[in-house]
Design a protein around this ligand. Structure first.
Ligand SMILES: CC(C)(COP(=O)(O)OP(=O)(O)OC[C@H]1O[C@@H](n2cnc3c(N)ncnc32)[C@H](O)[C@@H]1OP(=O)(O)O)[C@@H](O)C(=O)NCCC(=O)NCCS
Length: 304
């Protein structure tokens, strides 16, 4: 080991030449050096401030200014405070600024226009709209669009975009007679032919949807689904029927099943050329709920 206090810079150390003249020198430490080093070490500990100016709590105060102390027992609640509002992805139907409303006789012409979505042989006639909207408007729902208005602009008439038209029936499925227009509908309240009610049957506990239609320019925007969901919710909450029944062509069976309708096989209806499938959406009506056991509810949901 070399004694560096007697280091000779002209001689290499371990064969290596020093990088500068000062390299390799260690000054001998005398008794004063320890106190001098101590004097310098305090300011270093105080991050550049004289120790007496340093309040040991400063760090904590800064922390209090900048951060929220987290009690780890409450940690699970914090995501609530920092949660971002849910992102609403605008859909095509949002652009319509839609609203749903029960239809009345004043909407007959609107319905005639929307009904053009059907092939001619399946369309409901103007007279049938007058009959159904006059007799049971509470079972007929429309989805309207209204443009955003500028200040002072007169409010235009809302445009009907889609409708659901229905009547009451006493049968568990839609029948041809329920779809017909009673001959004397303007003068007679009830028409019965061969023991079966023609058209709307006030006492029926099934609601038969005769038309779900969306005007062709607005199809595929979610109007039909929105209307059907809204309709089912209204009927269920009002507790005014045991079930909703409908007939549909095969390509729309899955569409109706997505709202809780059950497929019941081929329909006997020959309306518009036939080829329909019966579908049923069950509810528990106000009159029957208190009387049912859970076993009966199960039976009720699968009854024919
Ligand atoms: C059937 C009808 C009411 C659907 O209304 P819509 O507003 O176009 O339907 P939505 O935009 O809410 O579509 C929802 C789903 O329904 C299904 N659907 C809609 N129209 C369909 C059709 N013609 N064939 C098959 N599936 C269809 C699709 O699965 C669609 O889902 P997607 O968005 O993933 O494609 C509408 O197309 C219409 O008026 N058709 C003519 C009249 C008719 O046939 N009425 C039914 C009588 S039973």
């Amino acid at each position: 080991m070399s004694d560096q206090s007697h280091y000779d810079p002209s001689h290499p150390i371990n064969g290596l030449k020093p990088l500068s003249n000062g390299d390799g020198f260690t000054l001998p430490i005398n008794p004063h050096d320890g106190s001098r080093l101590h004097d310098y070490s305090d300011p270093m500990m105080a991050n550049g401030l004289p120790l007496e100016d340093v309040d040991e709590d400063d760090d904590d105060e800064e922390a209090e200014d900048d951060y929220v102390a987290v009690d780890h027992d409450d940690v699970n609640e914090y995501p609530y405070w920092f949660r971002r509002p849910p992102v609403h992805h605008r859909s095509k139907i949002d652009d319509l600024h839609p609203f749903v409303q029960v239809l009345t006789e004043s909407n007959v012409e609107d319905c005639v226009a929307v009904e053009e979505a059907f092939p001619v042989q399946e369309r409901c006639s103007r007279e049938k709209f007058q009959y159904r909207l006059g007799r049971c408007p509470e079972l007929c729902l429309g989805l309207f669009t209204l443009p955003i208005l500028n200040h002072g602009q007169p409010k235009p008439r809302p445009t009907l975009v889609g409708h659901i038209i229905a009547t009451r029936v006493s049968t568990p499925h839609v029948t041809d007679k329920s779809m017909e227009l009673p001959e004397n509908w303007k003068s007679e309240r009830l028409t019965v032919v061969d023991g079966e009610t023609v058209g709307h049957d006030d006492t029926g506990m099934s609601i038969a949807i005769h038309s779900l239609a969306v005007s062709s320019e607005h199809q595929g925007k979610g109007v039909g689904s929105t209307l059907m969901k809204s309709y089912i919710q209204r009927i269920r909450e009002a507790m005014i029927a045991d079930r909703i029944v409908i007939i549909a062509h095969d390509h729309l069976v899955a569409f109706y099943e997505s709202f809780g309708f059950q497929k019941r096989g081929p329909s006997k209806c020959q309306f518009g050329g036939g080829g329909w499938t019966d579908l049923v959406r069950f509810f528990l009506s106000a009159t029957r709920v208190p009387l049912l056991t859970s076993f009966q509810v199960l039976e009720f949901n699968t009854e024919e």
